[in-house]
Design a protein around this ligand. Structure first.
Ligand code: FES
Length: 146
């Protein structure tokens, strides 16, 4: 079996049996977005304790790539502190599934959940600003997310 075959199997498997799929009733932040080209949509709920993602779930609908990347992303984010979550990159997600050279038209499928996660994170941070945190800096970081 080639690497391409293995990654293909992983994507199919994740899409049939998504990991961290569902809703978190007891969440600290939730965010939703959709891909206007296909109508697929993803919601992410996060529970945050001690500045860490103690739990995370996603739900919604999407193509196999979208569902697989959402699963992988939530696996990556779970347990991470918020600064680490800020730094999760497109490549961190794509490389887990061998999608580094994905066609431009499918990139939005692969990265919809990352977009939702980053907006959820910044929405949480915006509501929990403390002391010396600079609102303008936060807005600037958020504007450069995507
Ligand atoms: Fe809609 Fe991929 S076709 S997210």
């Amino acid at each position: 079996m080639s690497n391409a075959d293995i990654y293909h199997e992983m994507i199919i498997d994740y899409s049939r049996n998504p990991v961290n799929y569902g809703k978190l009733e007891d969440h600290d932040v939730t965010y939703h977005d959709s891909n206007p080209l296909c109508g697929d949509s993803i919601d992410i709920d996060m529970k945050i304790d001690d500045n860490k993602v103690s739990d995370i779930k996603f739900h919604g609908k999407g193509c196999a790539i979208c569902m697989a990347c959402s699963s992988v992303l939530t696996e990556i984010a779970k347990g991470k502190d918020l600064d680490e979550v800020k730094n999760i990159s497109k490549n961190d997600v794509l490389s887990e599934l061998g999608l580094e050279n994905l066609q431009a038209v499918r990139i939005k499928c692969a990265l919809l959940s990352l977009k939702v996660l980053k907006y959820a994170l910044y929405s949480y941070l915006g509501k929990h600003l403390e002391g010396d945190q600079d609102v303008d800096k936060l807005k600037e970081e958020a504007a450069n997310l995507y």
